[in-house]
Design a binder for this molecule. Sequence first.
Ligand SMILES: [Zn+2]
Length: 256
Amino acid sequence: MRLRKVVLYDEPTVPEIGILNQKKFLELVFGLKVEIRTNFFEKLQDDDYKKIAGKRIFDLKKPFKEHSPNKNEIEIEKSNKDTSEDGRAFLYDGYELQQIISKSIGEENLDTLHIIFTNKLTATFSEEDMGDDFRYHARALIASNPSIISTTGIVEAPAKPRRYYMELFGCASKARIKEIKDRYKGQFLEYHDNRLEKIVEGYLSQVIFYVETGEAFCEDKNCRLFNAHWQKDLFESQLTNSAFCKNHKNKLEKFL
Ligand SMILES: [Zn+2]
């Protein structure tokens, strides 16, 4: 599909996205017309907030089951609080959430791509393997139209160094936890990290490639389309190298 226009829905609780720069990035690299709108979840119908609260995940090991939200949970949706920083980020089924957004937007224009930035943590249930993997995994990106880019997912989904988890495991003392965190500082993203802006460009690129070519990801670790499962790889593809591989450079020229 040849895209004409992209609508970016901002997440104002995370100014580090740098929404104006993302607009410039899409205009410059992909030659797209870009419109910025306020937060998607800001002015929905009461019924939509109830539906969204019903998509929360409470048990990682069970496939999606509609949740029956209480009043407080619906109020939380209305307030769009940033719950990420105190480690209480709520988890939502990404595909279910995507469907609510899709219905709410309707068919604005078929050649318009809607991308929703949100602090909600999206996850998808993996049934690839009936063994260990039969569970929900946090995702930074739900690529479709509309697409969701979860800023909390960018911080939480790509894993931190294995040794970091090992050291934290079973550690009860607050001072010791802080010491470990300080020692690893910089090796992975934290909330409100300034590096987020550059990294978001990579996720946006994956969305555009997905819609234009049907493929969001690349096997090349140095390509911006690399699907990073580790924070280290995320830094390498988006910050150190920060470019497309030869193959994707060519593909980009073709659909420009
Ligand atoms: Zn590539």
